[in-house]
Design a protein around this ligand. Sequence first.
Ligand code: ZN
Length: 461
Amino acid sequence: MQRTSPPQASRRTRALTGAALSLCLLAGAGHAFATTPDPQTQKGQVDQDLKDARGDLHDTSKELVAAYDKLASTRKKLPGARSAAAAAERAETTAKGEYDDAVAAYDLAKANEDKAEKQLKTTSSKITSSRRAVAGFAGQLYQQQGMGTLAVAVGTETPAAFIDKMIMAESAGDTQTSALEELSTSRANLVSTGDRLKALRNKTSAAKTTKQTKLTAATDASTKADAKKADLETLESDQKRQSAKLSREKKKDKKRVDSLQAQSDKLTKVLQERARKARVREAAIKKAREAQEKREADARARAARSTPSRNAPTASVRSDPNPPAPRSSGVLQAPSTAPVSSEFGLRFHPIHHTWRLHAGRDYAGSCGSPVYAATGGTIISALPPGSTGGYGNQIVIDHGVKRGSSLATTYNHLQSFAVRSGHVSRGQVIGYVGTTGSSTGCHLHFETRQNGTPVDPRGWL
Ligand SMILES: [Zn+2]
């Protein structure tokens, strides 16, 4: 469905039209055709609005389906994003644990190394003092036995070299020498342990760096997964809001369609009722006319039997005081059976030399001949000569709306009235031809008034 204007604006305009129409419809219940449009016209407008409203509803429904599809697609992605974010967080926690372990291992290795270094220092200083003690002992030997002999015996020349030999000699069995030996062994061990601990410290330091890199990567991954999850959640909430909005709009559209449908249905009923009443009225008129025709026929038959007729049956027709009403298929039928003596139109006044409108049609009926209602209606007035301004005894009948206009007929210069008020049916005798008011001889001046203005009766007969 294509729209030429923004949907909101066009909807508002349509809603206003609808509101105005429903007001007309309410007002129309009281006085049918005075100010409100004809129900047929109203129905045309309501049905057009209904078509528009159905179009809106169709559009909104389609948009809502699309919005739900998008929402469903987002919701399908959400669990994956959520579990990915959770997994990334778990991986980050694991990486953090591993990093913490690596840090602890490094710290321990560093502490052990420091401890070993300290021990090595202690042992080294012990060795130094022990060497001094041994040196003192060697000095004594040197003084007692003489340098030469001993030097020959061990093959050395200097006292320091001699002391070293002494220390290394297995034969030197005193306690100081053995303590020195132990210390030497211990130092060797400590040096070896120190090397090992240094290697371990280097290894744990490398491990720590690796784990730190891994932790950084895991943190990044977790942050990204969280952002993706958050984006999808925001999208879902937006789409949810949009769907809810469209759903509300759809409800409103549906309500409007229902309301317009109800208006249309109501107008259909009004139109059907009007048609039904018209049929009933037509039937009643037909029945009344047939009854009158029968009465008239019976009267003619009685007259024919009681008065010996000399010649043609036309004589009996002429003698009938109430000849049958003329029949017609037009909106109106002729109000008199008499011939027309003057038509509706402009007339030249022979004395005043002016043109005047002859606002009706004259029937040259004889004095006292019947005047018939041109069609069914309600007598608005039956007035005497003094209050009609030259029209004499006058009857005005309102026929309601015909062909979309309000239609009334008037019957003038009457000799007398047959009825003065109430509803009259088509062809009913309402009065008798006369010459009351501004008239020079018996005739019926018949006017048709369309929305109050005199028009040529020929257009309605
Ligand atoms: Zn006239």
